[in-house]
Design a protein around this ligand. Structure first.
Ligand SMILES: [Zn+2]
Length: 166
């Protein structure tokens, strides 16, 4: 994907550019419903809705919640694009406050989260960051991801010990 986008392994990847490349539309939820309704849903159940993918006449549309930080939106979009790239079937129905949402199987959710994080923060990128002794917070702000995502990828890839070992 990075090669197709002309990005080096250590370059930041804007998931909106990747979406465009994959011909997936990104739509802000406040373009579809009132922002006040999104705020009401958030009040009823925080983080109930972050992003969702719809297949409309063969075109994938990812709807994102504008109440999230850009770092969180980037994670959410990368997660949804991971589902698309892995050709997951959006089949299971889950209800939140009486509203049906289509969702994937739990193991596919884990795959999408892992692959989405890898798209944003691949191992070579993290290794170069570890070698210049960037902190988790610095990685998060430089690559516009959440601190949680930066920490998760930094720790699970084990780049810190590799950077020390040389
Ligand atoms: Zn998912």
């Amino acid at each position: 994907m990075r090669k197709e986008l002309g990005l080096a392994p250590h370059d930041p990847l804007d998931p909106r550019d990747l979406a465009n490349h994959l011909d997936v539309a990104i739509v802000d939820a406040s373009d579809l419903v009132d922002l006040a309704e999104l705020e009401e849903l958030e009040r009823l159940q925080a983080f109930a809705f972050s992003a969702a993918t719809f297949d409309i006449e063969g075109r994938k549309i990812v709807v994102v919640n504008p109440l999230r930080t850009t770092g969180r939106q980037n994670s959410d979009i990368a997660h949804e694009l991971a589902h698309v790239l892995l050709a997951h079937d959006l089949s299971e129905i889950r209800e939140i406050d009486g509203m049906p949402f289509r969702t994937c199987k739990p193991e596919e959710e884990e795959e999408a989260t892992a692959f989405g994080g890898t798209l944003l923060l691949p191992r070579p990128l993290l290794l170069s960051a570890a070698r210049r002794r960037a902190s988790i917070e610095q990685i998060a702000s430089q690559y516009d991801v959440t601190v949680e995502m930066a920490r998760f990828r930094y720790n699970t890839t084990g780049v810190a010990s590799q950077a020390v070992a040389r």
